[in-house]
Design a protein around this ligand. Structure first.
Ligand code: 5RP
Length: 221
């Protein structure tokens, strides 16, 4: 089974967490896009959604789903999003699509975070996927030097600007054994908006589409 089919199976399975009349948070990326398709097939189920990126907002609108500003919703009952890597504690690397900051905000503002993924995203140790960090443009070189000091190998994402007007540094060669500590440490560097480690706010449920078409459900302990 292709990775797209595994993503779609996981996205469809996430519909079990969607309750009628709710306003939910929706993530960004190809797996989240399958979830938007599933929502669109059930248009009366939710009241609306908070988007984690401009591109997700466009897709939700095209699907006829009403958009809400997070400032007007209070705590959301559910956030559904993909990931670039997930470990056994359901700590994640996110930001492959560059939407990590808004994704982290919406995840933090949600009671339940259901992460949807194909089986290639499951890892024992985070860090094989380069860790994205969103950086204010004027701080780019300073932040890169600070990242080198902690053992990372930063690379400026080419011709990419985030929805917030910032740049992304992708950090290579970080073997992340203590994600909680590293997330905290990186986020202390001046000029960083946030890093793509989701350890302080990990997923609560991980739905993993498998090659045989089934979906494995992993619940955070
Ligand atoms: C975007 C993200 C995505 O969730 C992550 O990159 C996974 O993408 P995909 O679902 O396309 O594999 O964090 O910022």
């Amino acid at each position: 089974m292709s990775s797209a089919k595994m993503k779609k199976a996981a996205a469809n399975a996430a519909m079990d967490w969607v309750t009628d009349g709710s306003i939910i948070g929706v993530g960004t990326g190809s797996t989240a896009d399958f979830f938007i398709e599933a929502l669109a097939a059930n248009p009366r189920k939710i009241k609306g959604a908070v988007a984690s990126s401009d591109s997700t907002a466009d897709k939700l609108s095209s699907a006829g789903i009403e958009l809400y500003d997070l400032n007007s919703t209070g705590t959301l009952s559910l956030y559904v999003d993909g990931a670039d890597e997930a470990n056994q504690q359901l700590q994640l690397i996110k930001g492959g699509g560059g939407a990590l900051t808004r994704e982290k905000i919406v995840a933090a503002a949600s009671t339940a975070f259901v992460c949807i993924a194909d089986s290639s995203k499951q890892v024992t140790t985070l860090g094989q996927f380069p860790l994205p960090i969103e950086v204010l443009p004027m701080a780019r070189s300073f932040v890169a030097r600070e990242i080198v000091k902690i053992g990372g190998d930063p690379e400026l994402r080419d011709r990419f600007t985030t929805d917030n007007g910032n740049v992304i540094l992708d950090i290579h060669n970080m073997e992340i054994t203590n994600a909680l500590e590293l997330e905290h440490r990186i986020n202390q560097i001046a000029g960083i908006v946030t890093c793509g480690l989701f350890a302080h706010r990990p997923a609560d449920i991980l739905l993993v589409g498998q090659a045989d078409g089934s979906v494995e459900k992993i619940t955070r302990q």
